[in-house]
Design a protein around this ligand. Structure first.
Ligand SMILES: [Zn+2]
Ligand SMILES: [Zn+2]
Length: 261
């Protein structure tokens, strides 16, 4: 079996204690955990706010030394023009194998953060879902990213729409993903959140399979022990749906590899 974990945050959110220990040692702890869990290939994909703090030279050395390691970044999408320009510049400058495009903010609200959960009261959940998937479609249509991060993140706290159907909101997003030749990740971190589901839902994955959209796997680990968490289960879910291959990345090129090799 060939397994990957392409969504790993060694630097987490740049908390002070982690910052101090950011080193080859720290990266190694993620690599060793991946080996323990029989993950064949991993990708480091810290949040874009940390781009300046990452030692890219060291990252390249680690890649050389250990092999089967890819370099990525998880970009926060917002429709702001200056920000898009900044993303483009970084995509040119950094030695990336792939980039993940994610929506974490609606206006200035970090809707996936437990500290701001009370903000949900201010919104009509139906409208919120519409806004989220519109933003995601916009992120996809920039053509800047290879991977769509946690596609239905808006369900994180279990707030579900009443009138609108998620299928109807997701269809245009998936069509755009197909058009742009992008990949969807199965992100297992949703299992640790109040919603207790993978991102995206199995229904959405079935839609993606019908549209022939490739998938990859990620744990969204922010600490070494979570590397590869539930990745085997995610692989089983996609093979049950019909997928036999997963996407791997090299210098922003996507290729497909047999899961059962
Ligand atoms: Zn994210
Ligand atoms: Zn992440």
């Amino acid at each position: 079996v060939f397994l990957v974990d392409y969504h790993i945050h060694p630097y987490s959110h740049g908390e002070e204690n982690i910052k101090k220990m950011y080193s080859e040692e720290l990266l190694k702890s993620f690599i060793l955990e991946a080996r323990k869990r029989e993950i064949n290939e991993i990708g480091f994909s810290d949040h874009d706010e940390l781009i300046e703090d990452i030692d890219w030279k060291m990252m390249k050395e680690i890649k050389e030394e250990y092999g089967k390691i890819k370099l990525g970044i998880e970009f926060d999408f917002s429709p702001d023009k200056t920000r898009l320009k900044w993303i483009k510049n970084n995509l040119k400058k950094l030695p990336l194998d792939y980039s993940i495009g994610s929506v974490h903010f609606i206006e200035d609200w970090a809707f996936d953060h437990p500290d701001y959960i009370e903000e949900y009261q201010k919104y009509n959940i139906d409208e919120l879902y519409c806004t989220y998937f519109d933003l995601l479609k916009e992120a996809v249509s920039t053509g800047l990213f290879q991977v769509v991060g946690h596609l239905d993140l808006i369900k994180i706290f279990g707030f579900k729409p009443k009138q609108v159907k998620v299928v109807d909101l997701v269809t245009p997003v998936l069509k755009e993903v197909k058009k742009r030749g992008m990949v969807i990740e199965i992100n297992t971190n949703g299992l640790n959140k109040p919603v207790k589901e993978i991102y995206p839902s199995i229904n959405i994955l079935k839609m993606a399979y019908k549209l022939d959209i490739p998938v990859t796997l990620g744990s969204d680990a922010h600490e070494p022990q979570r590397t590869g968490e539930n990745i085997k289960m995610a692989a089983r879910i996609i093979t049950d749906i019909g997928y036999s291959k997963i996407a791997v990345f090299n210098n922003k090129e996507i290729s497909l590899k047999e899961i059962d090799n």
